[in-house]
Design a protein around this ligand. Structure first.
Ligand code: SF4
Length: 465
């Protein structure tokens, strides 16, 4: 890799930053940011759906965090009932469309498919789910109707997958919901966080509209907990509160040079990319280093490469098997020209004139006790941009003192039971902001759904008491 220099030669070979926008033609942006995985056409969907054994006690259902009746919806595709297939998916997962695009199916349902064990080629459940939701979702009518209005009001804080799944389920049960979202748009990571070629921005917005189509859900955007709204007031004014706050903080590298221009949080750059109307306006370095080992790091590395960066290195402190990005994601990054370098941690970031010019790493290893240690051996990568993607953290500040004293936290996130009930009366929580979560969209949807059912039961019991 041209940007990789030994410690001896690097300092004599530092070029000025090469950051430009508009590195590609409009046609190149279009082709590079269209869906990375082609959709199934009708014939392929029929062929694949007919490969399914429709297993009794299907292991694929067990492996789906939302428990979608997978053989049930696949059988409906096979019999030509695509609308029925979509409905079967939405019954368990109202975000079935975007989950079909972002779920790591290779480690969930498809990994458990008996066809995988038999012939190493599972039923492409994710692609079939995408086919069903793309072609079977009614255009002008929501597939579910609301129960009789109960008069109960629930505040949902956070308009991402956990919050909207909770809101949708509660609206179905006849409750009136108000969703408070800090950002301008709903959708959470689907709108601001995942790669554009997985969930195009237009799709995320369309899916939000579809979910709100149930009715009974009022939306207030630009309302941030702790700034515009207050947990104590929500508890006073609503019958229940669901917190689907996500993770708004970003872990720092805590190394010298982090403040240099050109050193950025990957989540901020991706959020900007997801909202831009013109990819040609985005600044793109010629040599880019991404630090991290999760899906955000992979999404960042692949997208900056697709935006025209010549050299993209993703550096992770442990081996491939320890990366939270799946092997499938890692292979995808390599296919896109990203060089993944394992067993190295950032030592310092160096710059010229206040701008990043290279990142210095120390090679790492495990000691005899299995603890990660620096070996002392160093190398440097020349860089016009460095992206930090070493994880996000829950920010408890918005919970305000009077509530935070009572709202128990665990491992830096909200402590909640299996149904999302927190230590605070009338308050449930779910998704990434809760301790022990899987940090997957599909898990957030399930958490919102489970909490909605628990809130509904609690409201009914309270009314009957
Ligand atoms: Fe079909 Fe595979 Fe699920 Fe069996 S495990 S029902 S073959 S998708």
């Amino acid at each position: 890799m041209a940007g990789d220099t030994s410690m001896k030669s690097a300092s004599a070979n530092v070029a000025g930053p090469d950051i430009r926008s508009g590195r590609l033609s409009a046609a190149e942006y279009e082709s590079r940011f269209s869906a990375a995985v082609p959709a199934l056409d009708q014939q392929a969907a029929l062929i694949e759906s007919n490969r399914c054994y429709y297993c009794y006690d299907a292991p694929c259902i067990e492996a789906c965090p939302t428990g979608i009746d997978i053989p049930g919806f696949i059988r409906k595709i096979a019999t030509g009932n695509t609308a029925g297939a979509a409905l079967r998916i939405y019954e368990q997962n109202i975000f079935g469309g975007s989950c079909a695009r972002v779920c790591p199916t290779e480690i969930l349902c498809e990994h458990s498919c008996v066809r995988m064990a038999e012939e190493g080629k599972p039923i492409p459940i994710g692609l079939l789910q995408r086919y069903a939701t793309d072609h079977g979702t009614p255009a002008n009518q929501h597939p579910f109707s609301r129960a009789a209005v109960t008069g109960k009001r629930i505040a949902v804080v956070g308009g991402g997958p956990a919050g909207l799944a909770c809101a949708h389920r509660l609206a179905m049960q006849g409750h009136d919901i108000t969703v408070f979202e800090a950002r301008e748009k709903l959708g959470g990571l689907n709108s601001y966080g995942v790669a554009e070629y997985k969930v195009p921005h237009g799709y995320a917005g369309h899916e939000v509209e579809f979910i709100l189509g149930i009715g009974g859900i009022a939306v207030q955007t630009g309302k941030k907990l702790g700034r515009d709204i207050d947990l104590s007031a929500l508890r006073r004014d609503f019958d229940a509160v669901f917190l689907g706050l996500g993770l708004s903080g970003v872990k720092a590298l805590d190394c010298e040079g982090e403040q240099l221009a050109g050193v950025m949080n990957a989540v901020d750059y991706i959020a900007n990319l997801r909202q831009t109307k013109d990819f040609a306006e985005l600044p793109v370095g010629r040599r880019v280093v991404v630090i991290g080992g999760g899906n955000t790091a992979i999404d960042m590395a692949v997208q900056i490469k697709r935006l025209g960066a010549e050299e993209v290195a993703l550096v992770y402190r442990r081996g491939a098997e320890s990366m939270s990005a799946t092997y499938h994601e890692q292979a995808f990054a390599k296919e896109n020209g990203v060089v993944i370098r394992h067993w190295a941690q950032p030592l310092r970031l160096e710059g010229e004139g206040g701008r990043i010019s290279r990142a210095v790493f120390e090679r790492t290893a495990l000691d005899q006790a299995g603890k990660l240690i620096g070996t002392g051996e160093q190398f440097a990568l020349e860089a016009d941009m460095v992206f930090k993607a070493i994880g996000q953290i829950f920010v408890a500040d918005p919970l305000r003192e009077e509530s935070r004293d009572l709202l128990e936290l665990k491992h830096g996130r909200i402590a909640a039971d299996a149904e999302g009930r927190t230590s605070l009366d009338k308050v449930w929580a779910g998704g990434d902001c809760v301790a022990g979560g899987q940090d997957l969209t599909v898990a957030a949807v399930q958490a919102g759904k489970v909490a909605a059912d628990a809130i509904h039961r609690a409201l009914i019991q309270r009314a009957a008491a």
